[in-house]
Unconditional design. Structure first.
Length: 340
């Protein structure tokens, strides 16, 4: 059964499961989820805890032994298994499937690791454990989801914030949930009465938003020019090479060009051919509605100029030029403006 982190605390307070699968790219949600499991398990007498980490030398028989060995002081045990890749291999798959088929009420097993794909979720071992337990996917929070998380965390810690304050804090910490938690904790120390508004956030909080080039591309396709500029600023501050951003823009230009060509023939877009999964198709549909072939041709020309100049080390402020190109995807009318 799948349960998202924001509902997990309420669920585990009602019942405990023999297996938990905690995977995703958001480290704070994973940590908080595992801590919830640890606390609840401890209250139920699972006071013997073992931690295992799977690598190339890992012996899966050690997991079998761990489930069968109890100390003199405890009849219940709690086993955490770090599975970085989310793929246990043939031997691990066999053992995990067997453990799922013989679930023990005196043993709780928690597997955790990075984000997993549908191939892992469709694997026999994963389905077997999921059937007997709980899968908690931990994805990065953005936009309204991040703001809601901050509001909930503020409320839980005794802070009464104005809507504008929580929105401003989510803008400062977008893409960095750990920073959001730390800033809320800091606000409570600085203002113990818990009354927080926008002016207080502006004075007390440092902009700690973190973004990836892939997130930038999605925002460009959505057409949010204001956020594009902010993300480029943060990427530059984090030292991301401008050539990486340029490469991503070239790839998206090529994709949009192919999609537009298909539209002109009256054919339905073959999303699978372009490796665009369902959760991102809306971004491309939005971009295609805003752009035309002349705009795409103009973007191509600007990308070619940038590529030539960056290779000849003639670009003084590459992120200014990249911002110019990104805004053409929105589109803004920047054709008559020089790139530097």
């Amino acid at each position: 059964m799948q349960i998202y982190p924001n509902r997990f605390a309420a669920h585990i307070s009602k019942s405990i499961s023999p297996f938990y699968l905690v995977f995703g790219d958001e480290p704070l949600q994973k940590l908080l989820t595992i801590e919830h499991i640890r606390r609840e398990a401890l209250t139920l007498g699972f006071d013997e805890r073992q931690q295992l980490s799977v690598d190339n030398q890992f012996n899966w028989n050690s997991l079998v032994e761990a489930t069968q060995t109890l100390s003199l002081f405890s009849s219940k045990q709690f086993i955490e298994i770090e599975l970085p890749t989310g793929k246990p291999g043939a031997e691990g798959s066999k053992i995990l499937t067997a453990l799922a088929e013989h679930a023990n009420q005196d043993t709780i097993i928690v597997l955790h690791g990075q984000k997993i794909g549908k191939d892992v979720q469709n694997a026999k071992w994963f389905k077997a454990l999921d059937k007997q337990g709980i899968y908690v996917p931990c994805f990065p929070l953005e936009g309204n989801n991040l703001q809601q998380w901050i509001l909930n965390y503020m409320r839980d810690t005794g802070i009464h914030a104005t809507p504008g304050a929580s929105k401003l804090l989510s803008d400062y910490c977008e893409g960095n949930l750990l920073a959001a938690k730390q800033e809320v904790d800091k606000l409570l120390l600085l203002y113990p009465d818990g009354q927080i508004d926008e002016s207080i956030v502006e004075k007390a909080v440092v902009d700690q938003s973190r973004f990836t080039v892939f997130q930038l591309i999605d925002v460009i396709l959505e057409g949010d020019g204001h956020k594009v500029v902010k993300m480029l600023y943060r990427l530059e501050a984090e030292g991301i090479e401008p050539t990486i951003v340029a490469w991503a823009l070239v790839r998206e230009w090529q994709t949009l060009n192919h999609l537009m060509a298909a539209q002109k023939t009256g054919q339905a877009i073959n999303w699978n051919q372009h490796r665009i999964w369902k959760n991102r198709q809306g971004f491309y549909i939005s971009a295609l509605r805003r752009l035309n072939q002349a705009m795409l041709d103009a973007i191509q020309a600007k990308l070619q100029i940038f590529d030539q100049r960056i290779k000849q080390t003639q670009v003084i402020r590459p992120y200014v030029e990249l911002c110019h190109i990104c805004l053409l995807f929105i589109p803004y009318d920047l054709q008559s403006l020089p790139m530097d």
